[in-house]
Design a protein around this ligand. Structure first.
Ligand code: FES
Length: 99
């Protein structure tokens, strides 16, 4: 089972290639903004990929469009649009409410 590791959190978050990083984080109560509810609309769920980027799903066009809109730098993905098939290490760009 893949895990997501976070700076500042000891316990890894269980993940799945079938579940977005956003949903996996929310299930563990990790604080991350998600204003649009995971629809690639708000860009608030951005995460910086520290390690394991090659184990992530390839970004689709709507994610690429949103990333460009928010001025994301290389290595930033939308947690709601990204599915891990192996272990990754990330940093949350906008920790906020859990909803
Ligand atoms: S939750 Fe809005 S873009 Fe991911």
């Amino acid at each position: 089972v893949p895990v997501i590791r976070l700076a500042g959190r000891e316990a890894p978050v269980p993940a799945s290639p079938a579940i977005s990083i956003l949903v996996s984080l929310q299930r563990e109560g990790v604080r991350i903004e998600s204003l649009c509810g995971g629809r690639a609309m708000c860009g608030r769920c951005a995460v910086r990929i520290v390690a394991g980027g090659d184990l992530l799903s390839v970004p689709r066009q709507r994610e690429l469009d949103r990333l460009r809109e928010i001025g994301a730098t290389d290595g930033v993905r939308l947690a709601c649009q990204t599915f891990p098939r192996g272990d990754v290490r990330i940093e949350i760009v906008n920790p906020g409410s859990t909803s």
